[in-house]
Design a protein around this ligand. Structure first.
Ligand SMILES: Nc1ncnc2c1ncn2[C@@H]1O[C@H](COP(=O)(O)OP(=O)(O)OP(=O)(O)O)[C@@H](O)[C@H]1O
Ligand SMILES: [Mg+2]
Length: 455
């Protein structure tokens, strides 16, 4: 076994152990120091990270505050009212326009049920606005709020639903604007419109009365002629009666043959007897004409609005044109080209009015025309009857042609025309299944035409 040598001055095993321990302690110290340095370095890192995060956070916070201030500012500047409610209808936020409407502050409103600030009469209208629905489903309504000073103005409300990130319904946003003023203006407009319609109806009535007046004038004129010759004939007959009575007295008296013959000559008894036939025939003809006119008049006055009958075109046009021409008391070259046996279904009185209006217009237009000519025709084309009224007047001004069927459009002087004739005629023709159109004649002048289904 080899000998163990020990360092000098110490008992050998003890010294060795101490040496080992000393070295161990030194190594441990070094390790600890390294670990500490590592910890301190890490702490430094964390600390500087923290500082950076804090700066970032402050930055972000400032940005957030700015964004929020912007949104608040925008909401506050909106003149429309804005109310945000949760799914139960509790108010979460309102803008100042709404506070202003109610006359109270945000703290008075937030957390209250929206129904509490709605006028009691309008609360039922709130239900559809608050109900859960899909994002695109905006519901409109009209509400009044119960303000400090009583019921508010009427508001038009749009209710948009709100949803969270999972798509669950979490409430609604109500926006609204006052429409009381608008509503009032609308109501006034509505009233004015009604008034206007009433005035228009009245004017149409007046126009009808005026055309009735013209019709009566035409009829009076028409009647005047036969009445005057019936009257004249009866007068002559009365004179004849006196002469005949005188002659008969002579016949039954003591008169001689020669005296009788002289009396017969002086009283013109033979001429009287000859004249009797034509006189009675003429009177009868006059009476027949009077009764015809009266019959026409009765037919027209009996055809009430909406009453439909078979109308003979020849008779219709003859009476209407004749009467219209007579009323105007002008000399015109009148050409009637009417196929016989044409019939339509309709209201004779109204169709009469159409023809009279068109003929009167033509006559008025031809006032300055040298040789005025009016052509009125009615012909059959397939299942329709084509009516045409043409004149050789100046024609319709091309700036006016798109307006002549408008009510109250007239180029006539005040008191000469109301401008309703063509408008009324257009309506009547349309009610009878046709369309009244205006155009220009081949040799100038105006042409009005329409087609009605044949009966
Ligand atoms: N045959 C025609 N030739 C030229 N212009 C015409 C003719 N018919 C109508 N017009 C124009 O159309 C306008 C409107 O005619 P409408 O019959 O509606 O009214 P009006 O004749 O002026 O008045 P009223 O209410 O008395 O009939 C006339 O003022 C005239 O300018
Ligand atoms: Mg007219």
């Amino acid at each position: 076994m080899p000998e163990v040598t020990h360092p000098p001055g110490a008992s050998e095993p003890e010294t060795l152990l101490k040496l080992i321990a000393k070295r161990g302690a030194m190594e441990l110290d070094q390790e600890r120091e390294g670990a500490w340095i590592e910890v301190i370095r890490k702490m430094d890192e964390v600390y500087s990270d923290l500082l950076r995060y804090e700066v970032d956070l402050e930055h972000k916070n400032a940005e957030l505050e700015e964004a929020q201030a912007f949104v608040t500012n925008v909401i506050e500047s909106v003149s429309d009212i804005l109310i945000v409610c949760d799914a139960k209808g509790l108010v979460q936020q309102v803008n100042s326009a709404f506070q202003h409407t109610l006359g109270c502050s945000v703290t008075d409103i937030v957390s209250r049920n929206i129904a509490d600030v709605i006028d009691i009469k309008d609360r039922a209208k709130l239900i559809p606005l608050l109900k859960p629905r899909s994002a695109s489903d905006v519901v409109d309504g009209e509400l009044r709020f119960s303000a400090e000073s009583g019921s508010s103005d009427l508001f038009a409300i749009n209710a948009s639903p709100r949803h969270d990130h999972r798509g669950r319904f979490i409430g609604v946003v109500l926006t609204g604007r006052p429409i009381g003023e608008l509503r009032r203006a609308y109501e006034e407009l509505h009233k004015a419109h009604h008034e206007l319609q009433r005035a228009q109806r009245q004017l149409v009535e007046q126009e009808k009365m005026a055309s009735l007046g013209r019709l009566v004038a035409g009829v009076a004129h028409e009647l005047n002629n036969p009445i005057s010759f019936v009257y004249g004939n009866v007068h002559t007959l009365m004179r004849y009666r006196t002469a005949i009575a005188a002659y008969l007295d002579a016949v039954h008296g003591e008169a001689k043959e020669d005296d009788l013959a002289a009396k017969r000559r002086s009283l013109r008894i033979d001429e009287i007897l000859e004249d009797f036939g034509p006189l009675i025939e003429g009177t009868l003809e006059g009476a027949v004409r009077i009764s015809e006119i009266v019959k026409n008049l009765r037919r027209l006055s009996f055809s009430k609005l909406g009453e439909v009958e078979r109308v003979n075109i020849e008779r219709l046009i003859n009476t209407a044109v004749l009467w219209a021409v007579r009323t105007k008391q002008v000399r015109i070259d009148l050409q009637l080209e009417i196929e016989p046996e044409l019939w339509v279904c309709g209201n004779e009185g109204q169709l009469h009015q159409v023809i009279v209006n068109l003929v009167e217009n033509a006559i008025d237009a031809m006032r300055g025309t040298e040789a005025p000519r009016l052509v009125v025709s009615a012909v059959r084309r397939g299942n329709e009857i084509l009516f045409r009224i043409s004149d050789n007047g100046p024609g319709i001004d091309k700036d006016h042609i798109s307006h002549i069927f408008e009510p109250f459009f007239t180029t006539k002087r005040v008191g000469e025309g109301t401008g309703l004739g063509l408008w009324i005629s257009y309506g009547i023709v349309r009610e009878h299944g046709g369309e009244l159109v205006a155009g220009y004649g081949p040799e100038g002048g105006a042409t009005f035409s329409f087609a009605l289904p044949a009966a």
